[in-house]
Ligand binder design. Sequence first.
Ligand SMILES: [Zn+2]
Length: 224
Amino acid sequence: MQQLLDGYKHFRSEVFPKRANLFEGLAEHQKPSTLFITCADSRVVPDMILQSNPGDLFICRNAGNIVPPYGETHGGVSATIEYAVMAVGVTNIILCGHSNCGAMKAVLSGKKHDTMPTVDSWLHHSHSALQLLDSEAPQHQRWTEKERLRALTRANVVSQLHNLRTHPSVAAGLTKGTLNIYGWVYEIHSGEIQSFNHVQGRFLSLDDHAPIPVTQPRLQLMAS
Ligand SMILES: [Zn+2]
């Protein structure tokens, strides 16, 4: 806790004064271009990874970067998406998974958690990713755990993109051409982001490939 309080003190005395104009400009309104949906994991820090500023990203975080299908759960994720698109007017939605994700490990293990019924209930929204893995890469049982986790993480991003498109605000934005959606995976150990390319059916490094908006989430899975 002390580390956090020291950080706040530093922010108040050193960081905020230097950027007072930015915060003054943001005090009454925001106009972020992008809704960034990612995992709650402490190692994923969107504003650090993308070097974005306050006001740039509208962020929604939860265990497993999950988007429940529209109508199934009228919860915080659905409300945040609707608000971001309809009221804030974002023009991009980036759904970003990450390496070594605890939520994906739990889904892959298939174990029930007696003491965490809410987690189990939440993670059932990722079972479609597991089904995708089983149907598209039935040989995955012979892969290493690391390879399976890597594939499931990517399948989950693609599955959640499908769910995202069931939300009326998103579907309308895609139809009108006012909204683009992207699926990313962030590699904690290297800092690299890979973006889903639906034409090739795989994830490509942002280091040498520009991201393309996803119009047809279809993934080809392989151990890599
Ligand atoms: Zn995670």
